[in-house]
Design a protein around this ligand. Structure first.
Ligand code: ZN
Length: 314
């Protein structure tokens, strides 16, 4: 295997998927087991005995009589779509290497573009939140990048109008293999932004390597355990230290350009998060459906009006 080849495992076949998630009943049961792995718990009082009002598809607590649905307070909250459509969307989005546009998703699912768009953004949000909760550790390569322009051309484009700055980080094993990646849009490459980013996304034991953009110094100042190895200049980009983060940046740009006609900078975080989520689980493709559904059960609802808003940047 060439050093820059990204290997993906075989995923779940469509027949196997349909066997597991082909009917509404199967999807309901799967979601119930994912949401309450230890059995039903009342969200109001934590009691575990209940009855199911089948006609209205709700569970009523025996103790406090609180009624809840399978999907209430989850990413599936108030959905009008069958769960089979949700699971098929999860299948399509997780099992493809480069992702799927909302347009393609609409075609596959037989829903409107708006419905597919919202479905996709909800699932991307779940992917992103999941990874954001796991700080990177070990040997981490960090680099600055921009969406919407040449990364290394001319004046390096820093601060250029219309471009969205983001941090790209890759955690590698002791053997130098990439384990996990994270890409996060920032307000700008300022020390305070980098500082907030580092506190959220790097574990205290991380050994950070960067090519020496001034603001990355903030990582060291606030957290003395992090070590910045500064190469500096174009020459450093050829060294082994930075090859992975550069390879990943090339991959993500090709993948996103190849899949989407255009993406809006205000939603860049979700698109980058989606790419990283799939990359980080590339060796467990067949388990991704169940795992994303599990995460979706634990992700807050995202109504359309909020999904449309610009994402907050660090
Ligand atoms: Zn209760």
């Amino acid at each position: 295997m060439a050093w820059n080849t990204i290997q993906f495992q075989k995923g779940l076949s469509l027949p196997k998927f349909l066997e597991k998630y082909g009917t509404e009943d199967a999807c309901r049961q799967a979601l119930f087991d994912l949401r309450w792995p230890q059995g039903f718990r009342c969200p109001a009082c934590d009691n575990d005995t209940y009855c199911e009002l089948k006609s209205r598809s709700v569970f009523q607590c025996h103790h406090c009589h609180h009624q809840t649905s399978l999907t209430a307070r989850t990413l599936f909250d108030k959905t009008k779509l069958p769960l089979t459509t949700w699971f098929l969307a999860i299948f399509l989005l997780t099992q493809s290497k480069t992702g799927l546009s909302a347009m393609a998703l609409a075609r596959h699912l037989g829903v409107t573009y708006k419905t597919a768009w919202l479905l996709k953004h909800k699932l991307m949000q779940a992917m992103r939140e999941r990874d954001d909760a796991k700080p990177l550790s070990g040997s981490v390569q960090v680099d600055d990048a921009f969406w919407g322009g040449e990364r290394r051309g001319g004046k390096r484009g820093r601060g250029a109008a219309g471009k969205t700055p983001f941090v790209a980080a890759v955690a590698c094993s002791a053997e130098g293999r990439p384990l996990a990646m994270r890409m996060t849009p920032l307000k700008g490459f300022r020390s305070d932004s980098i500082d907030r980013w580092a506190r959220q996304h790097l574990s205290p034991d991380a050994e950070v390597t960067s090519d020496g953009l001034q603001c990355f110094g903030a990582i060291v100042e606030t957290c003395p355990h992090w070590r910045i190895v500064t190469g500096g200049g174009a020459a450093s980009m050829q060294t082994q230290e930075f090859t992975w983060v550069n390879t990943m940046l090339g991959n993500v740009k090709n993948a996103i350009h190849g899949t989407y006609h255009a993406i809006h900078g205000k939603h860049l975080g979700r698109y980058l998060g989606e790419f990283a989520y799939r990359f980080n689980r590339r060796f467990e493709l067949d388990r991704m459906i169940e795992r994303l559904a599990y995460v979706a059960c634990r992700t807050a609802p995202l109504p359309y009006r909020f999904a449309k808003m610009a994402e907050e940047h660090t």
